[in-house]
Design a protein around this ligand. Sequence first.
Ligand code: IPE
Ligand code: IPE
Ligand code: MG
Length: 249
Amino acid sequence: MSSPSPGQIPQHVAIIMDGNGRWAKQRGLPRLEGHRRGVETVRTVVDAAREIGIRTITLYAFSVENWKRPPEEVSGLMGLLDYFLKRELNNLIKNRVRLLTIGRTEELPENVQRELNRVKEATKDFTEWTLVLALNYGSRTEVADAARDYAAAVQAGHEQLTDASWDSFSRYLYTGAAGIPDPDLLIRTSGELRISNFLMLQLAYAEMVFTPVAWPEFGKAELQAAVDEFARRERRFGQTTEQLKPARA
Ligand code: IPE
Ligand code: IPE
Ligand code: MG
């Protein structure tokens, strides 16, 4: 099958990286080994996204609910995050990829916050490629934080209640504040068919692709397959097919 034309390449792909634990368990390995392999997939997929021409990629790396996991798994994940940031700094600079985060990063361990700030600072001027890590992220928390900030802006006279609209409110979401566009395509690996509190408002019109492949096994071919599937879909945004193709109707 031919590759989609550039117009059909999603500008922003969001991924729920799932299945590290099950991948490890099936092989008789500790869950953390699955997460270690998952980190390797992150490098592969960030490189593949650039090769395909996907400008922004958002990876769900740690949810607000993931703190409920066993403490040794949580600290293992934080250790891997620290390792990933240290290891990828030079690679991100070389490839001109900007790092952004969404989520309550101020609640992450201090060493992780330090590395995040270092990498963000070192890559902040890159505009072509963006990697967004969702860390201590949850949609409901994001909406609560946005409502708080919006209310404060109204109190301070920076926003008028009479102007309340999606355009004005969405600027207070983590994504809106950082200038991150809505995802065009959502991918979830490892067979689960749910959103798990990820970008619930921003995914309003995203195409969704669910694959049974576990995150440690996901690679460029799987990403390309999801992009090809995206290219076959018709995004109507509430309109009719005829309206979308008036010349051919
Ligand atoms: C995804 O893999 C990684 C994180 C949530 C951090 P999981 O750890 O959820 O793997 P499964 O779903 O238990 O297999
Ligand atoms: C979603 O995966 C969170 C991340 C990928 C970071 P989970 O594995 O935590 O989701 P549930 O618990 O299966 O819904
Ligand atoms: Mg999971």
